[in-house]
Structures are given as structure tokens and as C-alpha cells.
Design a protein around this ligand. Structure first.
Ligand SMILES: [Zn+2]
Length: 497
């Protein structure tokens, strides 16, 4: 049990558990730079699988990848008033470009060369709206140049004081889509379309159910007309914002003079959208599915979907079981399954099981001499359940098991979310709910920012979204659950990451 005991149980300390799962699964590690993390190969492979699936979906919806600079002139950020206010407190600045030797010892051996001060400081991108729309303004002249549909995979920096692996780090990886359209209707359709793409990815690949909807004015992206978001409920009943899609209106087009000639010959400002998801999703995946034995990874995103562990006592048995193991591996790979054959001599099978479990491998195949004689292997699911499977047609059996695991993870997460959701909530219920278990609370909302702020102060809960129709309660609330004034929209509250 050596491996498993290194993981703090969820009930004891959820946050410790989260860190332990990540460290044990070797997804990431702390770095010498405060607030920055190292994504280790097992974690980076999950990101690669996420990227591949999303990138295919972006391309299928007509987007192209491009790359823009890491540095943004400070003045660019200042051009859109709300935007600069939203990011001013967390930007890293480059002010000098050189160091020089001092002739002293140790850390004092080098210093900033004052001669190298930049005339205009450069911001390390906290997001790229400003520099991208400055370029769009160069490239777009007429309505024939629209829509322009661009995506960028990159890193960004937001100077965070309180950081957590994957969830909040100073530097993180993401994609940011940026588009320009001729009309508000087209921009709105694009923002909604990409929200749908994210939802499909998070539900079908991550097996993570999400609620979609619109952010309130106080929770929207700095500089956007409207922000849409996807919200998932983690196992500690806190919400995780898993992605956002913004209709930016003409705010950035005005700031960067992004105009186009209409078919009729007039000049109009373009309409923009931006949308992004990040490595934060890996944190969401961990907190949605994992257990006290470590990572549980949905098969669609598992770096290793199947681990084969041969069991032997003698050299003769070793040759026999590893031979069959090799055949099974080849057969599964042929079927497009990501598989590892664990032939390590210095570890007992039990220790191997714990290691693959901690790493979240959905399915383990155990092959002993008796299994070989019987023409079968033993299958063990990460989510529980052992059963023998015939060597004949094994790839099909394994493929079916992986599909079942994927579906059962989604169902379990959705059932858990619904069990921790409360609808038609009243103020006393709301206060009690947020004090006790927490979760998604649905209720009427008056739309007032002051009321929203008071709820946040009193309960630490924020409006996650004004949910899209399919998530709304059958009965439309008539009054604000907090202040009793008429409700303008149903809202979903939760304490959040
Ligand atoms: Zn109210």
C-alpha cells in the first residue's frame, strides 16, 4: 500500500489530496520560480491530447492557427479602458534588455544595465486581444476580408499572488481564438458556436458535465460586451470556470481602428469575439474524477489507456507471459489503443498496480501463467471491477470497456453534480447550503451588482452563470432569492476556484 498511503484522503483535506494526486501521477511539479509550475511528461501528454482534439474541432469550424508576439507595447493595453483596468494589477513588464557584470561576487556579480532601459515598456501578454486586433486592422480592408477566424496556441502570464498547480499559475498554456465579423449577429453566433465546441469537448473527451450560460456584468471579461462561460462542479462542491467565450462587440475595433469597407461602400467597425481554454482544464479533470488512490483519467485523454502487467515467478514463466503480453500490446496498438507493457524486473506486480492506478490508467490487463493456459487475461478497471477476458477478440473487448468507463465517468460526475444542486432556493436555504456542503444553487436574481456583491461578501458565492435555457429550472423564479425584488433572470451561484 506504500504508494496509496502517500495520498491524503479527500475527506481529510481536499486541497492536500489534489496536490498529492498531481505529484503521485507525475503530472506537474513546483518550479524554482514562485507561482510557476513544471508540467511533467505525463501531464503534458494529457495537454497534447486535449490540444489535438480541440484543434481538430477549431479547424472543422473554419479557424486557422497563427502566432503573435509574447510582448505587447504597454500603450496597447491602455487603449481599451475596461481591458487595462481588468489586467493592470497582474501584468509582468519588461523594462530593460541587458545585464552587465559588476566585478563583484555571487548574486551581485550582475546588475541591470541602466543604459538598456526601453523607451516604452513591454507587457508580457496576459491575453492577446490588443496586439491581435492591431494586426487585424492592417489585414482587413473590405467586407470581403471577413470573417477572419484565427486561433493561437501559446503561453500567457498573469502575476498571481495565490497560485495552485494547473488552476492558477503565473504562467500557463492556453489557446485564444480571435475573430472579426461584419455584423453583431455573426459575432454573437461565433461566440455561441465556440461555447458549444468547448462543451462538446469537455463532456465527450473530459467526461466533465458543464453548465453553460452568460456571465453577469461584474463577472464578464474586461472589455467584452457579453461573456459566456462553462462551469463544472468539482468533488469539493466548488465550481470551476472551465472556459469562456466573449462577444467583444466593437470595443476593440474602435480602440484599434479596425474598420472595413461595406458592400455599399461605407466604413464600419468590425465585430470581434475571443474565446479560450487553458491547462486549467487538467486541474478540472483531476478534481472531477480522481479518488483517494490517485488520478482517474477518462480514456479519451489518458496518456496510457491500457497497462499490461505480466505476472511470473520463474524465468520460464517470464518468457511465456511476456510473449503473450507483447502479442496483446501489438494487437491493441493496431486497434489505435495507447498501451504500455510493464516488464520491469525490479518491481512486484502489486507495486506496479499501484503505480498505474496513481497515474490514472483506465484499464489494467494482468497476464499470469494460468491465464495464458486458459487463453485469457484478467481485466481490472481503474473505476472498480475485475473480470477475465478471452484473448480472442481482446481488442474489441478492451475498446468496449474503455467506452463504458468513459460513459460511466460522465454519468457519475453528472449524478454527483445534480445531487449537489439546489433549485428554487430561498435566502435562508442559500445561506445554509453555502455554509454546509456547497454546490450549485439556482434562484431568482434581481440583476443588481450591489445585491450580487452583498451575496458574495456574506457567503463567498458568486453568480457562475445566468444559465442557458436547457439548464434553467422548470419554474421561472419570480423574485430575487436574496433581496425579494423582481427577478430578471435565474442565476446559478457557487463558491468557485
Ligand atoms: Zn437581489
Amino acid at each position: 500500500m506504500a504508494q496509496a498511503q502517500k495520498i491524503t484522503p479527500r475527506t481529510k483535506d481536499f486541497s492536500e489530496w489534489y496536490n498529492d494526486v498531481i505529484m503521485q501521477a507525475e503530472l506537474a511539479d513546483y518550479s524554482p520560480v514562485r507561482g510557476c509550475m513544471v508540467i511533467r511528461p505525463h501531464g503534458y501528454r494529457i495537454w497534447e491530447l486535449m490540444q489535438r482534439a480541440l484543434d481538430d474541432m477549431f479547424k472543422a469550424t473554419g479557424h486557422q492557427n497563427a502566432y503573435f508576439p509574447l510582448f505587447i507595447p504597454q500603450s496597447f493595453l491602455a487603449k481599451e479602458a475596461e481591458h487595462v483596468e481588468g489586467f493592470a494589477k497582474e501584468v509582468a513588464l519588461v523594462t530593460h534588455t541587458r545585464l552587465r557584470a559588476t566585478g563583484k561576487e555571487g548574486a551581485a556579480a550582475i546588475e541591470v544595465d541602466p543604459e538598456s532601459k526601453l523607451e516604452e515598456p513591454l507587457v508580457v501578454r496576459p491575453t492577446s486581444e490588443t496586439i491581435i486586433y492591431a494586426m487585424f486592422a492592417k489585414w482587413i480592408q473590405s467586407y470581403r476580408d471577413l470573417p477572419l477566424l484565427i486561433n493561437q496556441w501559446c503561453n500567457i502570464v498573469r502575476w498571481e499572488l495565490r497560485t495552485r498547480l494547473f488552476l492558477r499559475t503565473t504562467e500557463f498554456l492556453w489557446q485564444e481564438g480571435h475573430t472579426a465579423h461584419a455584423t453583431e449577429t455573426e459575432a454573437e453566433a461565433e461566440a455561441r458556436q465556440m461555447l458549444g465546441v468547448y462543451r462538446k469537448f469537455q463532456e465527450d473527451w473530459m467526461a466533465m458535465p458543464v453548465i453553460t450560460g452568460r456571465k453577469t456584468e461584474s463577472e464578464k471579461f474586461a472589455g467584452a460586451l457579453r461573456t459566456y462561460a462553462l462551469e463544472a462542479l468539482m468533488q469539493d462542491n466548488k465550481a470551476l470556470q472551465a472556459g469562456t467565450s466573449h462577444n467583444l462587440g466593437q470595443n476593440f475595433a474602435r480602440a484599434f481602428n479596425l474598420q472595413y469597407q461595406t458592400a455599399a461602400g461605407g466604413l464600419e467597425y468590425a465585430w470581434n469575439t475571443s474565446w479560450g481554454v487553458s491547462t486549467r482544464m487538467i486541474g478540472g479533470l483531476v478534481m472531477t474524477h480522481s479518488d483517494d488512490n490517485g488520478l482517474v483519467c477518462p480514456p479519451q485523454l489518458a496518456p496510457v489507456q491500457v497497462a499490461i502487467v505480466p505476472i511470473w515467478k520463474s524465468d520460464e514463466e517470464r518468457g511465456q507471459v511476456s510473449g503473450v503480453g507483447g502479442q496483446v500490446k501489438a494487437e491493441l496498438e493496431q486497434a489505435g489503443i495507447r498501451v504500455e507493457l510493464d516488464l520491469r524486473d525490479n518491481m512486484k506486480p502489486g507495486a506496479k498496480y499501484f503505480e498505474w492506478e496513481a497515474k490514472g490508467v483506465p484499464l489494467r490487463l494482468e497476464i499470469g501463467p494460468r491465464d495464458v493456459a486458459a487463453g485469457q487475461v484478467m481485466t481490472a478497471r481503474r473505476t472498480g471491477g475485475k473480470a477475465p477476458a478471452r484473448l480472442d477478440g481482446l481488442a474489441r473487448t478492451v475498446g468496449g470497456a474503455l467506452d463504458e468507463i468513459q460513459a460511466s465517468l460522465f454519468k457519475a460526475a453528472k449524478d454527483r453534480r445534480e445531487a449537489h444542486s439546489i433549485r428554487g432556493v430561498t435566502k435562508p436555504q442559500f445561506i445554509e447550503f453555502m455554509k454546509q456542503s456547497g454546490g450549485f444553487a439556482y434562484g431568482g436574481f434581481c440583476g443588481s451588482a450591489a445585491c450580487e456583491a452583498e451575496i458574495k461578501r456574506a457567503t463567498a458565492a458568486t453568480v457562475r452563470v445566468l444559465p442557458d435555457p436547457e439548464f434553467r429550472s422548470p419554474e421561472t423564479p419570480k423574485t430575487c432569492m436574496w433581496c425579494d425584488k423582481p427577478s430578471v433572470a435565474e442565476a446559478v451561484w457557487a463558491q468557485a476556484y
